[in-house]
Every structure is written in structure tokens, then in C-alpha cells.
Design a protein around this ligand. Structure first.
Ligand code: NDP
Ligand SMILES: O=C(O)C1=N[C@H](C(=O)O)C[C@H](O)C1
Length: 251
């Protein structure tokens, strides 16, 4: 496939390598040097068949609009924009475009998302456990909580009767005990630590014990491979998709 990369930072560079290894062609790379090239005309000129978008929360919406204008399918890994999902879905479907987004493209995290929902449902029988989510990322991360933590929290809220919304606290490791978290709120604690690619933990705590369910990314290769697989999966499709449409777990 002819792939255009929107964003050429930590993720964009690994995606390029994996795309080339999988015999794709990278026909356009957008970074701070050539932001003016992110236009429908340019995407058509280079005959891009898909755009893989890993940029910033501030630029992602405009970049998706450019892809829609050009009629080029877009795979979105950028996080920090999810309050606009409904409007983007509507535009995508109304204009017969194709988009797939994921807060996390790694297979391991998508397995984690699935088991997290099952666990939350099970915990309805044990209301004396209090649940909390923790995410740890590198210090350059622009958004908090992480997109992955939001997906985890939504999986819990949809399945655990005691929680109906999440509340984020960005800490430098200080005790969050002083934070006002209502009973119906699921606490997401965000920590920023040098060089951490992404660690997510769901903790159920009672007076007598704790259950911890944890995913640790050792590097960014799993995210990048998942994004390239998503670009391949999206070929010849129209519509608005999430990673759940690609990773199907039947049990
Ligand atoms: N879904 C998933 O599996 C994953 C998602 N992510 C998400 O992907 C995003 C990118 O992560 P990461 O690569 O680590 O971030 P980086 O900061 O390393 O890279 C972002 C890149 O986007 C470029 N950029 C800035 N403005 C624009 C613009 N208007 N259009 C296109 N590109 C632009 C930046 O250029 P410059 O540096 O010059 O400003 C930089 O090259 C984040 O939102 C992150 O949360 C990350 C990992 C996995
Ligand atoms: O910014 C990152 O690095 C990551 N962002 C994604 C997120 O916000 O969940 C995915 C992964 O955790 C790494």
C-alpha cells in the first residue's frame, strides 16, 4: 500500500520501519518541517491509499478532516481528542469515508481491554473491593489520562454497577488520598516518569487483599505493528471503526 504518515515522532518513525518491512511504500511524511503539505491535493498527488495519523491532540482533528476531504482512509492512533468521536463518526459516515481509531493498537492491550470488562462484571458480586486505574507514561506525553486508561475506565464503568464516571488525577507520585473522589467516580491516577512507553494497572483493593491486573509495554513496537495491521485491515472498507472491530475476541 502507499502510506502517508501524519506525525513523524517516536511512533511515526517506528511505523515507517514496520511498514517498509511489510513491503509497503511510504509516499509522504508530515512533520514540523512540512506541515503545509498536509492537504487533500498533496495526498491525491502522492496517491496515498491510507494515512496513519500519530501526531498531537492539537493537530489530529484538522488532519483527519484533510483525509476525509481527499477521500483517503485514515488510521488514527493519536489520543486526547475523544470528546469529538460522535461528530467525527457522523462526518465519516455522511461522506462515505473510512476511519479506524484506537487508543492502543497493541494486541496485548486489546486482550487486556477484553479481560478488564469480564473482571469488572465479576466484581459486581464483591462490592467491598474498591477499584482504581493507574497509568504511567513518559514525561513528553501531552494528554492525561492516557487514551488507553480512558478505554479501560469505560470498560469498567459499562460493567461495574457502582461506577458511572471517571475522574483523573495527574500526580507526581504524591498520595492521592486527599483528592475528593465521589463513590460513583472511578479514579484514574496518571504518573509521568522518564522513558516509560506505557504501563496500565487496574487495582481492586479490599481490607484483606488486593487484586492487580497490569499491562506493561516494553517498547513501542506493538503499537506500531498494530497500526500498520489496521491500515491493511481498513483497505477496501468504508465506515467508522475502532480497534474492537479488528481485534475480535469471541469468548
Ligand atoms: N494508539 C496507540 O497505540 C498509541 C498512541 N500514541 C499516541 O500517538 C500520538 C503521538 O505519539 P508520539 O509519536 O509518541 O509523539 P511525538 O511527540 O514523538 O510525535 C508527534 C509528531 O507529530 C508531529 N506534529 C506536530 N504537529 C503536527 C501536525 N500538525 N501534523 C502532523 N504532525 C505533527 C510532531 O512534530 P514536532 O516534533 O516537530 O512538533 C512529531 O513528529 C500521541 O497522541 C500518543 O498518545 C502513542 C503510542 C501508541
Ligand atoms: O503517548 C504515548 O506514549 C502512548 N499513548 C497511548 C495512550 O494515550 O494510551 C498509547 C500508549 O499507552 C502510549
Amino acid at each position: 500500500m502507499k502510506i502517508a504518515l501524519s506525525g513523524y515522532g517516536k511512533m511515526g518513525k517506528i511505523i515507517e520501519k514496520i511498514a517498509l518491512d511489510r513491503k509497503h511504500e511510504v509516499v509522504l511524511i508530515i512533520d514540523h518541517n512540512n506541515l503545509d503539505d498536509m492537504t487533500a491535493e498533496k495526498l491525491k498527488e502522492v496517491e496515498a491509499e491510507v494515512v496513519i495519523e500519530f501526531s498531537t491532540p492539537h493537530s489530529v482533528l484538522d488532519n483527519i478532516q484533510v483525509c476525509f476531504e481527499a477521500g483517503v482512509p485514515v488510521v488514527v492512533g493519536t489520543t486526547g481528542w475523544y470528546e469529538h468521536i460522535d461528530e467525527l463518526k457522523e462526518i465519516c459516515e455522511d461522506t462515505d469515508n473510512a476511519m479506524l481509531y484506537a487508543s492502543n493498537f497493541s494486541v496485548g492491550v486489546n486482550i487486556f481491554f477484553h479481560v478488564n470488562k469480564v473482571l469488572a462484571k465479576l466484581m459486581n458480586n464483591y462490592p467491598y473491593y474498591e477499584v482504581q486505574v493507574e497509568e504511567i507514561h513518559h514525561t513528553q506525553k501531552l494528554d492525561s489520562p492516557s487514551g488507553t486508561a480512558i478505554t479501560i475506565a469505560e470498560g469498567i464503568i459499562d460493567n461495574l454497577e457502582t461506577k458511572s464516571e471517571w475522574k483523573n488525577v495527574l500526580t507526581d507520585g504524591h498520595d492521592v488520598a486527599g483528592e475528593v473522589v465521589k463513590n460513583n467516580q472511578l479514579l484514574i491516577e496518571s504518573l509521568r516518569v522518564e522513558n516509560v512507553p506505557g504501563t496500565h494497572t487496574v487495582m481492586y483493593d479490599s481490607e484483606v487483599d488486593s487484586i492487580e491486573f497490569k499491562h506493561t509495554a516494553h517498547n513501542r513496537n506493538g503499537f506500531a505493528l498494530g497500526a500498520v495491521l489496521a491500515a491493511e485491515w481498513l483497505q477496501n472498507k468504508n465506515g467508522f471503526y475502532s480497534a474492537q472491530d479488528m481485534f475480535r475476541f469471541d469468548i
